[in-house]
Design a protein around this ligand. Structure first.
Ligand code: KG4
Ligand code: ZN
Length: 343
């Protein structure tokens, strides 16, 4: 019997400050993933500088694609379709990846698939390294918590590519709160990992920071928490005390994790979800991962660390499921800097 040849998707991701490319087979088996981070360049500005980001993508995109193909041991002849992040993200950054993807699609006569970056984060949980045993696929209905630098939302997934948004942040995203609090505490960019590092040696019970109570059980709000940290920092400074950065970071992180964890569990119970999925940059947070891993009411899917923050493997995985359903884009598509996953 001849084996059916796998469907291979090459994907490109340039929505923010990582230039990334990956090749995946049948939506799950990852052949190679390359991420060229601009973190060191933006660190000196304390955040992502959009124009610098797009120009850096221009410099990195071709080497990143070439390296990825070489590392996957495949050529353009073995690729079935090109997926690319269409949005949400920085317009000038998205355009670079989009044009590269269009160039490949046009030059190689391949279908182009525009992918929503948030959908990509969700599909990180389907990925495993080619050559390893395939772990079980997430099972629907799934409660998906999406926590990134720009988004925090709960979606009920009843099937592939089907999202019902139950709630979202009314102000700051969870990752944004980490980044802002890092700045308040004088911790370096990017904020999430620095706050986590400081929190490791801190006392999470020292400061009782607020957990926002909202009318909707599934909405989030983090700006009050950020302001509470600011007031505490100002008070301590006024009293001439040295900032207990570790305790402040640990107490802040505990408040964020508490809210994200409890609301997700509640939403999963209320909607009879079989499993929970956590995705987006903040899913790299160790305290958040431990909170979900320490309960056994729901099976929880959290991506491997390398797939939590921005990468192209997740775009390739989501792109495959879109491709399988015939969702191919025209070569005239534009980027979509603002693009909700579901309305
Ligand atoms: O998904 P992502 O890489 O980019 C967006 O799509 O926004 O998420 C980036 C966000 C940043 O706000 C970053 O501070 C946060 O994820 N983050 C973390 C951790 N690693 C990244 N937040 C908390 N703990 C971490 N370990
Ligand atoms: Zn992201």
């Amino acid at each position: 019997m001849t084996e059916l040849s796998p469907v291979r998707i090459l994907a490109i991701e340039t929505s923010c400050d990582e230039t990334a490319c990956a090749v995946i087979e049948n939506g799950r088996a990852l052949l190679a993933s390359t991420v060229a981070s601009q973190m060191d360049i933006h660190a000196r500005y304390g955040g992502v500088f959009p124009e610098v980001a797009s120009r850096q993508h221009v410099l990195s995109i071709i080497p990143v694609v070439e390296q990825t193909l070489a590392r996957s041991n495949v050529s353009f002849d073995d690729i079935d379709a090109v997926a690319v992040t269409r949005g949400p993200g920085l317009a000038g950054s998205l355009v670079v990846g989009m044009n590269m993807a269009k160039g490949i699609a046009l030059g190689r006569n391949l279908p182009l698939i525009g992918v929503n970056h948030l959908e990509g984060h969700i599909y990180s949980s389907w990925i495993y390294n080619a050559g390893e045993n395939a772990p079980p696929e997430p099972e629907f209905p799934l409660m998906a918590l999406l926590v990134s630098g720009g988004h925090t939302e709960l979606n009920l997934m009843t099937d592939h590519l089907t999202y019902r948004r139950l709630g979202a942040t009314l102000d700051d995203a969870a990752g944004e709160a980490f980044d802002k609090v890092a700045r308040l505490l004088g911790l370096p960019y990017p904020g999430g990992p620095s706050v986590q590092r400081a929190a490791e040696t801190g006392d999470p019970t020292r400061f009782k920071f607020p957990r926002a109570r909202l009318d909707s059980a599934y909405d989030f709000s983090f700006s009050g928490l950020k302001t509470a940290v600011l007031y505490e920092v100002n008070d301590l400074k006024k009293r001439g005390e040295t900032l207990p950065v570790e305790d402040l970071a640990a107490s802040f992180q505990a408040a964020v994790v508490d809210v994200l964890f409890n609301k997700t569990i509640q939403a999963a119970r209320d909607h009879h979800a079989k499993e929970i999925l956590v995705a987006g940059g903040v899913s790299a947070n160790r305290a958040l991962r431990e909170a979900f891993q320490s309960q056994d009411e729901f099976k929880v899917h959290i991506p491997a660390f390398s797939l939590c923050t921005d990468n192209a493997a997740m775009i390739a995985a989501a792109g495959y499921y879109r491709y399988a359903l015939g969702h191919v884009s025209g070569l005239d598509i534009d980027v979509q800097p603002t693009w909700p996953l579901s309305s």
